[in-house]
Design a protein around this ligand. Structure first.
Ligand code: AMP
Length: 307
């Protein structure tokens, strides 16, 4: 059965309330749409944890900066509905921009500290757009369990922070990064990558894998780890936005002169032509991302083609 498509906040609030009133736990998976198997794995996780999953599909304009890819960001409502249907999702929220930002809208949610590092440096208004739309969704849905991917590690930390600080009745569940069999992290922006560009994009996961190996062999010097990562990214033909090692909770960057004494986030952002891609790994906590790249995805969804 095709999912019912809710387009207004009033409908969304009523549907979530009705589910809870009949004793069902509500799950929320916020996305920008153009669904891929990474999103589908998040939906599966939400389905395991809750009884009524709502997938939101909304290309949120406030999280795109001037000159970014808002206009060309892939949109495919029919395809998304078909994928939701195949997974048994029966409720989708797909508002238009006027619904989420009606005339006069002037409130923004700003999470300080965490947002000053990594992507926040090159995308200074991105996280206030994310925090604002996610807060609006949480306010509309009410008590729920919401699943977010570690692919957007900084976003996940920002959302965990805002839920704590604003005392929202939401349980945030992190999902592991879902990868293609060759290791590339799934992303809606991978659609921009023709095969030669895709080869270059693989430099991201190769750099993570190499850093993982060096760390596993005992390398703890931040400068040494970053130096090798940067060299590999350049060799792969990626223009580096950042390659950084940060505290996994506060996201404070480690200085190249420091030595790591616990788990540390290695976060990468780079451009292949005009496509910006990100990837990350928590050194000392997560496995080599190239050890069995598609395994997590297959475990959750079954092999490609199953969904
Ligand atoms: P997006 O539509 O790109 O905003 O992503 C919606 C949600 O899916 C976010 O929580 C992302 O972190 C998550 N997501 C996107 N790609 C992946 C991936 N490859 N692995 C895990 N989660 C992902």
């Amino acid at each position: 059965m095709k999912p019912s498509v809710l387009t207004t906040v009033v409908e969304l609030r009523a549907a979530a309330h009705a589910s809870r009133s009949s004793g069902r736990r509500v799950g929320l998976v916020p996305t920008l749409g153009a669904l891929h198997r990474g999103h589908l794995a998040l939906i599966r996780m939400a389905q395991r944890l809750t009884d009524q999953v709502i997938v939101s599909l909304f290309v949120n304009p406030t999280q795109f900066g001037p000159g970014e890819d808002l206009a060309r960001y892939p949109r495919d409502l029919e395809g998304d509905l078909e994928q939701c249907r195949a997974l048994g999702v029966d409720m989708v929220f797909a508002p238009d921009a006027e619904e989420m930002y009606p005339a006069g809208d002037s409130t923004r949610v700003i999470v300080s500290g965490l947002t000053e590092h990594l992507c926040g440096r090159s995308r200074p208004t991105h996280f206030q757009g994310v925090a604002t739309i996610v807060t609006k969704l949480f306010a509309a849905v009410g008590p729920c369990t919401a699943v977010f991917g570690r692919k957007d590690y900084q976003q996940l930390k920002v959302i965990e922070r805002l839920v704590t600080d604003l005392m929202l009745p939401v349980t945030v569940i992190p999902a592991p990064i879902m990868r293609e069999p060759d290791g590339l992290a799934l992303s809606s922006r991978n659609r921009y990558l023709a095969s030669d560009r895709r080869q270059r994009a693989l430099g991201l996961v190769r750099a993570l894998s190499e850093a993982h190996a060096a760390h596993a062999a005992g390398e703890r010097n931040v400068g040494q780890l970053l130096g090798r990562v940067q060299e590999l990214l350049r060799q792969s033909g990626l223009a580096i936005d950042y390659a950084s090692i940060n505290h996994p909770e506060t996201l404070e960057p480690f200085d190249p002169s420091e030595r790591l004494s616990g788990p540390a986030l290695l976060a990468l952002a780079g451009f292949v032509e005009d496509t910006r891609l990100i990837d990350n790994l928590v050194l000392g906590e997560e496995a080599d991302p190239l050890a069995a790249p598609g395994a997590t995805l297959d475990r959750i969804l079954g092999p490609a083609g199953a969904v």
